[in-house]
Design a binder for this molecule. Structure first.
Ligand code: AHG
Ligand code: MN
Ligand code: MN
Ligand code: MN
Length: 334
């Protein structure tokens, strides 16, 4: 009979490896999993609750906010403020990050959390999988107001990263630099239960994931790589399969399980790429590398990019190591 290990038990076990740990990270992850359960509940009855459709305003990205964007942002902000051990919170849905200052209600911790509260918003009304993405740093400055050194940490300095996928089941997948572990929510007991210990991404794959409608806007090397994917060649099992959901978390999670490469290159519309470094690309890059995969702009590793602006964008090529290598080779040679 399979034994059940909850996320909380797993994190406590990991914490026991560090005798000096005081449980702050455990409480932080508990806060994130609580918000994920709240969003799960709404996503699962979206058609019945008044959270489908547009909020009626635009966010700092210039995107029309969906009601679920606002709902998810509110609950992640709320649980992280109320005892998530944080000193700084930054969300896709807010122009500026929020530096938490001491109040009698809120304990101020050392963690900085960047998050995309609801990824794949365009898919909500059509009942397609959506997600949440989070990236966690420790402040570098000892205490007091946060300093520049706290904000310009590259993705290499993340102490943890993860995503939640609200799909046919709801899963929370995270890493603290000691492998990648996946937990599936069992709504009947309200717990995330370990279902994918030590997740690794297949070194190679046959799936490529890209919004082909941008083809004419892509750099030549990307166009040539996409032609390579379509050629007929039995030895390399081409043509590959094209799969594109339009929710980064869902496209990435499929590639994590099956192998594959996701590409969102520079386009004419998004000359720096569309996806955001701090709360989409860095966290997924940390997970990809910890799972034996790769994540780059096509030229440099995502986690080596120097952050300069909270909502800065980057091109993203992420997934199976050998497939990302191939894209990089095309870019290098063309
Ligand atoms: P978000 O919903 O958080 O704004 O992110 C949307 C992103 C990402 O989820 C997805 O991969 C990409 O936008 C899809 O972009 P296109 O519709 O341009 O393909
Ligand atoms: Mn958005
Ligand atoms: Mn997103
Ligand atoms: Mn979003």
């Amino acid at each position: 009979m399979m034994s059940i290990q909850t996320l909380e038990q797993f994190v406590m076990e990991q914490q026991a490896l560090f005798p000096t740990a005081k449980g702050e990270f455990t409480r932080l992850l508990q806060a994130i999993s609580l918000a994920a359960k709240i969003v799960h509940r709404e996503v699962n009855k979206a058609g019945l609750a008044d959270i489908l459709g547009k909020q009626g305003n635009c966010n700092v990205q210039g995107e029309e906010q969906q009601k679920l964007d606002v709902f998810a942002d509110h609950h992640f902000m709320d649980v992280l403020k109320r005892g998530g051990e944080c000193c700084y919170l930054a969300s896709e849905e807010h122009e500026d990050g929020i530096e938490l200052t001491k109040t009698k209600r809120y304990h101020i911790g050392k963690y900085m959390v960047y998050f995309d509260p609801l990824d794949g918003s365009s898919n909500i009304d059509s009942n397609v999988s959506v997600g949440t993405i989070f990236s966690i740093y420790k402040r570098k400055s000892a205490e007091g107001p946060l300093q520049a050194e706290d904000f310009n940490q590259t993705g290499r300095e993340q102490v943890a990263a993860g995503y939640v996928i609200y799909g046919s089941s709801t899963m929370l997948v995270y890493t603290t630099g000691r492998g990648v572990h996946g937990f599936t929510l069992d709504p009947s007991i309200g717990e995330f239960c370990l279902s994918h210990p030590s997740l690794t991404i297949p070194k190679n794959g046959r799936v490529y994931s890209v919004n082909e409608s941008n083809y004419n806007q892509f750099p030549t090397a990307i166009k040539q790589y996409l032609q390579y994917c379509k050629e007929i060649d039995a030895e390399t099992k081409r043509p590959y399969s094209s799969r594109y959901i339009g929710s980064l978390v869902a496209d990435f999670h499929r590639n994590m399980i099956q192998g594959g490469v996701f590409l969102y290159p520079e386009t004419v519309q998004y000359p720096d790429g569309k996806l955001r470094l701090m709360y989409e690309c860095n966290p997924l890059a940390f997970i990809a590398e910890q799972a034996g995969g790769k994540a780059s702009t096509g030229v440099i590793p995502i986690m080596d990019i120097e952050p300069t602006y909270l909502h800065q964008r980057t091109a993203l090529i992420i997934g199976s190591e050998m497939m990302v290598d191939m894209v990089e080779r095309y870019i290098h040679e063309h």
